[in-house]
Design a protein around this ligand. Structure first.
Ligand code: TA6
Length: 298
């Protein structure tokens, strides 16, 4: 049975918890209930934390797993049913949840690991411009793997439609050497070419800016990293879409919170409900979006 140590830390303006055991270390911010880093003892990090990350209230950190909710990406690119839920002015990219403080409900030992539970109380009618009542909880479990589960339960009297993603930043030795398996033959939306629909040939290798929505995704996707001799495995639940992103050279230069060559050491696979894989919650209904992140040496 692993024993865990929990230490509170301040990173810039953000309250964080550093949770460590003899097997792994996890850093989580209260803002966004955002995992900032995850590393297993004696191995390179699994999740990437930008060297130039900005820890500021109201701004999601470029790291770990930002929670995109109740919409993903640019709201205007979402189906009408998702857009219609928002009545505010300028809609922030990737929704409202990632830049607000969540409430830590508890950290407790569970089985052979640790279970951490957060909720966003404002989602029950108090989010600016988004007047719906949803109980929103994120459960993080840390044992051999890292598991995240984001549950939305409609507490109101009218249906609620959302898009969402666990926008995970993975650490890789060099994205130019890495590949994503599990996407072979899938249809995807190429957001960089006028949102054209295309079909993936073979595994995905990276040779330029990449920003794609993969559709009808299988339960398991993996990142093969030959330099670090490892395979990161993502096992999803409640999701049939995934976004894969790397900003590459020029976009990275435009990002204030990423060093110019930071794109080489990361790639995002975002376990999602986007495009036609939306979540419609009838009154009383709930939905869980989950991902389990595991790793094996190859
Ligand atoms: O998930 C891909 C994406 O939507 C990209 O288009 C890119 O902008 C990225 O997310 C990061 O978004 P952010 O708002 O965190 O800078």
């Amino acid at each position: 049975m692993a024993t865990f140590q929990v230490v509170t830390e301040q990173h810039g303006e953000l309250n964080c918890w550093r949770i460590s055991s003899d097997r792994a270390e996890l850093l989580i911010a209260q803002q966004g209930a955002q995992i900032l880093s995850y590393q297993r003892v004696g191995e390179p990090p699994l999740l990437w934390l930008s060297d130039q990350a900005i820890f500021r209230h109201g701004k999601s950190v470029r790291a770990g797993v930002p929670v995109c909710w109740p919409w993903f990406g640019n709201l205007q690119r979402n189906p009408q049913a998702v857009q219609a839920m928002y009545h505010g002015e300028q809609a922030p990219a990737h929704g409202l949840a990632r830049s607000r403080d969540w409430q830590l409900l508890g950290i407790e030992e569970a089985g052979n690991g640790l279970r951490i539970e957060f909720q966003l109380p404002e989602a029950q009618g108090d989010l600016p411009g988004w007047p719906h009542e949803v109980e929103l909880k994120l459960v993080v479990e840390l044992d051999e793997a890292l598991k995240l589960n984001l549950t939305s339960r409609n507490m109101g009297n009218t249906p609620v439609t959302i898009s969402q993603a666990l926008h995970s930043y993975f650490a890789v030795s060099d994205v130019r050497q890495a590949r994503v398996e599990g996407v072979e033959g899938l249809g995807y939306i190429e957001t960089l070419a006028d949102w054209e629909q295309r079909e993936q040939q073979g595994a995905l290798a990276f040779a330029g800016e990449t920003d794609r929505i993969y559709l009808a995704t299988p339960q398991t996707l993996s990142i093969v990293d030959p330099h670090w001799n490892r395979r990161i495995t993502l096992t999803s639940s409640g999701s049939r879409s995934a976004v894969i992103w790397n900003p590459w050279t020029e976009r990275a230069k435009e990002l204030a919170d990423m060093v110019d060559d930071g794109w080489q050491r990361m790639l995002c696979i975002e376990t999602a409900n986007v495009w036609n894989d939306l979540v419609e919650l009838k009154p009383g209904a709930s939905h869980s979006l989950g991902v389990q992140i595991g790793c094996e040496m190859i």
